[in-house]
Design a protein around this ligand. Structure first.
Ligand code: FES
Length: 235
């Protein structure tokens, strides 16, 4: 047998002194090659941890396991609805339909127009309670129709149609003109709350596309120059 060179001896000594790599079998009788002589048994390590992963005992059968979950948000306190100034109009709307729930969309329109331009969570809950409609149903209506605002909007809410007819007739150019004039892109409101810009689906004005609404007023057959003039007139 060829005696080990100086380099090999150095490697052997270093290996014996090194701690075993994590997850590998360490030096000693278990890790020795087959046929290697066993030396005297090493004293057992006194409860030395062999792994730094904390082991958690599985729950006993039938035990209750409690998972920490974030606290559910509190539902909003319903606003008193209708306020005195809207009571007569709301009652008149409800009287038009065989069931009061059917007046939901007209009542939402009225509330949005007269109570600040958007439907707050408290107002939403108040309308649901007054009409006897489940909260989830009101939420579904509010989030389905783009004409309802669930966040505060500027005094002039510019809603640009982005559906096919308007898109083919240049609605993107209208948005460019709006951005040049106001610095706003769709979904944004300026710091003074003068303008909010929104992209919406078909406004039902396809034959006179491109079209947009500013609050409740429709504007049709628009060009970028016409839009800039329109915005100049918004005070
Ligand atoms: S596609 Fe714009 S109004 Fe219909």
């Amino acid at each position: 047998m060829t005696p080990p060179t100086g380099d090999e001896r150095a490697v052997t000594r270093r290996d014996q002194n090194q701690a075993p790599a994590r997850g590998t079998r360490g030096a000693g009788p278990e890790g020795a090659p087959p046929g290697a002589r066993k030396g005297p048994a090493a004293p057992a390590a006194a409860a030395a941890p062999t792994d730094d992963v904390t082991k958690v005992a599985p729950p006993a059968p039938g035990a209750t396991v409690r998972k920490s979950a974030p606290a559910a948000p509190k539902p909003p306190v319903p606003a008193a609805f209708p306020p005195p100034e809207l009571r007569a109009e709301c009652e008149a709307l409800v009287a038009r339909y065989p069931e009061r729930q059917a007046a939901l969309i007209p009542v939402l329109h009225l509330a949005q127009r007269r109570l600040g331009g958007w439907i707050s969570p408290e107002l939403e809950a108040g309308i649901a309670a007054w009409l006897g409609v489940p909260d989830q149903h009101v939420r579904g209506v509010l989030t389905f129709y783009t004409m309802f605002n669930t966040k505060p909007v500027g005094r002039h809410h510019v809603q640009v149609c982005r559906t096919l007819s308007c898109w083919l007739r240049g609605s993107k150019d209208l948005l460019g003109a709006i951005e040049r004039k106001t610095g706003l892109r769709p979904g944004q409101t300026d710091a003074e709350r003068k303008f909010t810009v929104t992209e919406v689906e078909c406004l039902g004005l396809c034959e006179v596309a491109p079209a947009l609404f500013v609050n409740d007023d429709a504007h049709v057959n628009l060009t970028p120059a016409a839009v800039e003039k329109l915005l100049d007139g918004c005070k």
